[in-house]
Each structure stands twice: as structure tokens, then as C-alpha cells.
Ligand binder design. Structure first.
Ligand code: AMP
Length: 282
């Protein structure tokens, strides 16, 4: 695996890789776990060359968020990516991505203000801007993202459509620990007690999913079910629990057409998110 830190080196390396055929991109912020590696494997299976990026993007963190203490485990990440036969790793410094005087942003209006965008103002502007830059630098045929960040998927799909990026967004399923906790780089912040409390997120989604599968179509009834489960863990501070259209992230009143059930909550020092997609009723 070749490791590069500048845009110029990346472009030169990609020109070489292109001779192999299609290029798959896996953007990450590092602190890699099996969820990230599932994206790498999907890219490996679908494309001739795989490019991963590690960049803790400052513009997607709010002023009181965890940018400076976000876990950085670069050497271990490199070993994991190498073992998955990644061809190229692009790991820039912030100054390489945002040189002095940078003033262009990508704003995916409306969708970016919903779910995490509502709780984290400016977050999706940072995400859309950095991902657009990575697409322009790397020019992938396919780019791989996790369903874990369902709102991010909606924002990026809309960006690709609106700005005519010539690539396909591939979304991979959520990878969970055996007890149901969705893998996240932020799980490292959890104490053993926090980790037990955090299981309530998956339990909540699971209970809603079961009730919907049993025929309940009313979103507010399903949300009540979920809130009752969340109340079992008073230490978990709910940010949002919503049932929305997976493409627009607007609230859905009923789930006959299918829906995204998304939850975000603070567990100890960590803000965790999780979600489940309800299929359309037959
Ligand atoms: P991050 O490093 O947190 O920005 O995540 C990089 C990519 O990995 C994003 O597309 C995430 O959605 C994806 N990802 C993170 N956690 C998981 C997970 N548990 N399962 C599947 N994909 C994930």
C-alpha cells in the first residue's frame, strides 16, 4: 500500500492506478474498526483499485465538539488497510485540504438541516465540502459509505445528483458487535457501564422494527414504543428519535412506504447514532 499526504502525489498515483481499471474510494476519519473494513472489502470486491482516505476533517466539527480529542491511530490504521490490500492511502493534513484563503463550500440545502444537521449546525456543510474535494482529487468510479451514517448518505446522494459527480455511491450495511452495538470510533469513549447503557439504542430500534413488522404503520405509535424503551436507561440523554423519509429526511406520519428510523443520544461522553430502515409494507 502506498501512503501519500499531498494532493499532487495522490493525483499522480491515481493516474497509475487507473491503468488497473475502476477505482473505488473509501473515505474515513481513521480510528478504523470492522465497520470501515467492511467498506474496504466491498470496494475491493467491486473495483480494480481501492483508495482509502484518513482525514479528521475540522470543518465538520462544531466549536464544542471532539475534533482535538477524536481518536487518531494512524499506524494501526495503516496495518489494517494494508492487510485488506488497499492500493493507496491518502492522509492529508488540514492545511493541504484547506490552504490559507479557502472560501468555497458545498451546502446541500434543507436536507443538511435535518437529523444530525439540526443538532450539529454546519456539520453536513463540512462533510459535503470535504467529500466533494475528495471526489475531485481522486475521481473514483464508486465511493463507499456506511448506512450507519444514514443522514450523511442522504446528503451525499443529493450532492452527487445535484452537482453531477460521475460516480456511484454504494451504501454498506451497519456492522455491529455481537450484542447489537453499532461499531463507532466514538465507542472508545465509553466506560464499561456506558457501553451497557448504550445497548438501549439498538434495543429501541429493534422494538420499533418488530412492532412495524407486526403491522403498526403509525409513526407516532412507533415513536412512543421507542421512547418507552429509551426510558429504561435514564442515563442515556436522547438527542433525537425520528421516523423519516430516507431520501429527504423529512418526518413520515406513517411507514407504509417504508421509512428510516434514526436515533442519536449522549451516553457518558459520547454522542452515538444508530438507525434501521423499515421496508415498505407489502
Ligand atoms: P468515519 O470514519 O466515522 O467518518 O466513517 C467512515 C465511513 O465508515 C462512513 O461512511 C461511515 O458510515 C462508515 N461506518 C462507520 N461505522 C460503521 C459501521 N458500524 N458499519 C458500517 N459502516 C460504518
Amino acid at each position: 500500500m502506498r501512503i501519500v499526504h499531498t494532493i499532487a502525489e495522490t493525483r499522480a498515483a491515481i493516474a497509475d492506478l487507473r491503468r488497473k481499471g475502476s477505482v473505488g474510494l473509501v473515505p474515513t476519519m481513521g480510528a478504523l474498526h470492522a465497520g470501515h473494513l467492511s467498506l474496504v472489502r466491498a470496494a475491493r470486491a467491486a473495483c480494480n483499485a481501492v483508495v482509502a482516505t484518513i482525514f479528521v476533517n475540522p470543518t465538520q466539527f462544531g466549536p464544542n465538539e471532539d475534533f482535538s480529542k477524536y481518536p487518531r491511530t494512524f499506524q494501526a490504521d495503516c496495518a489494517l488497510l494494508e492487510a485488506e490490500s488497499v492500493d493507496l492511502l491518502f492522509a492529508p493534513e488540514p492545511a493541504e485540504m484547506y490552504p490559507e484563503g479557502s472560501s468555497t463550500i458545498v451546502e446541500v440545502e434543507r436536507i443538511s438541516d435535518r437529523l444530525d444537521g439540526q443538532s450539529r449546525p454546519g456539520h453536513f456543510r463540512g462533510v459535503a465540502t470535504v467529500v466533494a474535494k475528495l471526489f475531485n482529487i481522486i475521481g473514483p468510479d464508486k465511493s463507499f459509505f456506511g448506512q450507519k451514517d444514514a443522514a450523511q448518505v442522504a446528503v451525499l446522494r443529493r450532492m452527487v445528483r445535484d452537482l453531477n459527480f460521475p460516480l456511484e455511491i454504494v451504501v454498506c450495511p451497519i456492522v455491529r458487535d455481537p450484542d447489537g452495538l453499532a461499531l463507532s470510533s466514538r465507542n472508545r469513549y465509553l466506560s464499561p457501564d456506558d457501553r451497557k447503557s448504550a445497548l438501549v439504542l439498538h434495543r429501541t430500534l429493534h422494538r420499533i422494527e418488530s412492532r412495524a413488522a407486526a403491522g403498526e404503520v403509525d409513526a407516532s405509535a412507533l415513536l412512543d414504543t421507542g421512547l418507552a424503551v429509551l426510558a429504561e436507561e435514564p442515563d442515556v440523554r436522547l438527542d433525537y428519535l425520528r421516523i423519516v423519509d430516507p431520501d429527504t429526511l423529512e418526518d413520515r406520519a406513517d411507514v407504509r412506504q417504508g421509512a428510516l428510523v434514526a436515533v442519536a443520544a449522549w451516553v457518558g461522553p459520547a454522542r452515538l447514532i444508530d438507525n434501521v430502515l423499515l421496508p415498505p409494507h407489502p
